[in-house]
Design a binder for this molecule. Structure first.
Ligand SMILES: [Cu+2]
Length: 342
């Protein structure tokens, strides 16, 4: 266990040594995003105060101390999880080699809240995977822990490549999966007891692009999950992309008047249902990201465990648009966030 590593170090490490598609960047973010960040330098959420006040006895943090992000995390430190990598252009039917190692890490999921996590490639959630429909994924899996683990992908693939069989400590295997259908699919450990293996951090999302791609948009990834803090079987912290309150303190900047596409995944263990609610605007919903026409339009979608959606919207005026699960006890444990249309 690398107890000396901060969350920031881990994210950096994941960016350098995480799952790698040969010929493509996994954790890069778009040029467009960089331009937005530059245009809105110094944006802060006026409703949030630092944690030090709380430690000195003043209960001024909006949702409590551990529900704020670690003090060491800066506004850009979650970019690798927030902005999915752009799919590289390989010929149709290409093979992508992916390395995934299970490692134990002490991670900081909220301000001062540390979790003994089981991770894919050092981060929770795992680095985002991206492929094109029909690509052959060769997933080289190594278990560098003292417990059995594995990796099971949602979507369609051969049943013998389904990843439910445990890989023993020190063991390795290779899964061969044809990416598809196009959409957004979670992957997670499927070793018993499942609730523990998932709530300790073994999950992530894979975005599968249709062969001809999708229309241009600013793309955002939002994976909801939870962490055990003081009571087994209960989410002491609930977070988007693994860090409590991150998007509350650091709104996700998107361009005003331009299309936004968000991949929203629910991996929240111990809760029968979660949801995603956007304030002040509605969005088109593609359940599981399937198909190329939206199925309905909403401002709130309900997601069971493992369910996900691709949503598309345009924020018409400059301002902050709140998002959170509409189960407010989940929002208040760290899953509040904002889009900032700039
Ligand atoms: Cu596991």
């Amino acid at each position: 266990m690398d107890e000396g590593l901060s969350r920031r170090d881990l994210l950096k490490k994941a960016g350098l040594g995480g799952a790698v598609f040969l010929g493509g960047s996994v954790l890069g973010h778009s040029v467009q995003h960089q331009a937005l960040a530059a245009a809105d330098e110094g944006y802060t959420n006026p409703g949030t105060v630092g944690h030090s006040t709380l430690h000195e006895g003043g209960a001024t943090a909006l949702y409590g101390d551990i529900y704020s992000p670690p003090a060491a995390l800066g506004p850009d430190d979650l970019d690798g999880q927030t902005f999915p990598p752009v799919a590289d252009r390989l010929p149709a039917g290409s093979t992508r080699e992916i390395e995934i190692a299970v490692e134990e890490r002490l991670i900081e999921v909220g301000n001062g809240a540390h979790v003994e996590a089981w991770t894919y490639n050092g981060s929770v959630p795992a680095p985002i995977l991206r492929a094109k429909e029909g690509d052959l994924l060769r997933v080289h899996f190594v278990n560098r822990t003292g417990n059995p683990h594995n990796i099971h992908f949602h979507g369609s693939h051969l049943p013998e490549q389904d990843g439910w069989e445990p890989v023993p400590p020190g063991g390795e295997t290779t899964y061969s999966i044809e990416a598809g259908p196009s959409g957004v699919h979670p992957f997670h450990c499927h070793t018993a007891p499942l609730a523990e293996h998932i709530s300790r951090g073994l999950y992530g999302m894979m975005i599968v692009d249709p062969p001809r791609g999708r229309p241009p948009a600013t793309e955002v990834a939002l994976l909801l999950s939870g962490f055990t803090i003081d009571e087994i079987g209960r989410n002491g912290i609930v977070a988007w992309n693994g860090v409590a309150g991150f998007y509350h303190n650091h709104p996700i900047k998107v361009p005003v008047g331009e299309p936004v596409r968000a991949y929203v995944v629910n991996m929240l263990e111990h809760e029968p249902l979660a949801s995603f609610h956007l304030h002040a605007e509605t969005f088109d919903v593609y359940p599981a990201g399937l198909g190329d026409t939206p199925v309905f339009r909403e401002d709130t979608i309900v997601l069971g465990m493992g369910q996900r959606a691709m949503i598309e919207f345009t924020l018409p005026t400059v301002g902050r648009y709140m998002f959170h699960p509409h189960q407010h006890w989940l929002a208040e444990r760290g899953a509040m966030g904002w889009f900032a249309a700039v």
